[in-house]
Write a protein that binds this ligand. Structure first.
Ligand SMILES: [Zn+2]
Length: 241
């Protein structure tokens, strides 16, 4: 049986003191560098999301042990810490950004008393595109789409696409549900807006024939050693932690 694609989910990459809460959304940059070196050394095929989707759709062969790297929210620390490591190995990546918060800060983290780090600017996104990094939409402002008014959710989904397309001058075809919040009505709106895929926070590998609007991912957590990462790569499904 083919082992599917591991779509890895990262948020912030940087220098963080050890923490107890919210560990799934922080990765120390030294661990990140070690993880990418590991993927390189063991020759994991690291694919662009577009190529993984073509494989899931049966349009091209899907190499065994395929990995896709995704980064949510569009933090400036992606540029500072993750991009140089990705460039070292020539790894592609998908960054999901908030179209109405570019160049601002991650204000929504403040409600938990967490730091609100800067988000990448429009100019930075254009620079990323020139460096071959893919950009997808994470909505406008980071809302729980299944929990808010439908019209607002539709606005987040469709207008973020329009704004990013204007900014980048190319189609933006991939979406990421903030907080992993979605339901059937939300996925319908994502499809109607013209996106080809959407990723969730549901934790599993993606297999051939997968529902492209409900793609599962695997969160790499602050506490994950290389052994933990290897375990996640090989596990088809794993329970929430
Ligand atoms: Zn997010």
């Amino acid at each position: 049986m083919p082992d599917g694609v591991s779509i890895l989910m990262y948020h912030q990459v940087g220098a963080f003191a050890p923490m107890r809460a919210h560990r799934a959304v922080y990765c120390h940059h030294r661990r990140f560098a070690a993880q990418m070196a590991y993927l390189h050394r063991l020759r994991y095929p690291v694919l662009r999301l577009d190529d993984a989707i073509a494989g899931l759709r049966g349009e091209r062969p899907l190499p065994a042990r395929s990995v896709v790297l995704t980064f949510d929210d569009g933090y400036e620390n992606f540029y500072q810490y993750a991009l140089p490591v990705l460039a070292r190995y020539g790894f592609p990546a998908m960054v999901y950004v908030l179209a109405a918060r570019l160049g601002q800060s991650a204000a929504w983290l403040g409600v938990d008393g967490r730091a609100t780090p800067p988000l990448m600017s429009a100019a930075r996104l254009r620079e990323l595109r020139r460096a071959g990094i893919d950009v997808g939409s994470h909505g406008l402002t980071h809302r729980r789409l299944a929990a808010i008014d439908r019209a607002q959710a539709g606005n987040e989904i469709a207008h973020s696409k329009d704004r990013l397309e204007q900014l980048l001058g190319e189609p933006v075809e991939h979406f990421c549900y903030p907080y992993g919040s979605y339901d059937d009505a939300v996925t319908d709106m994502v499809a109607a807006a013209g996106y080809r895929s959407a990723v969730t926070c549901d934790r599993a590998s993606a297999f051939a024939g997968a529902d492209l609007l409900r793609l599962p991912r695997k969160a790499i957590s602050y506490g994950d050693s290389l052994l933990g990462v290897a375990w996640k790569l090989h596990l088809k499904r794993h329970p929430k932690r």
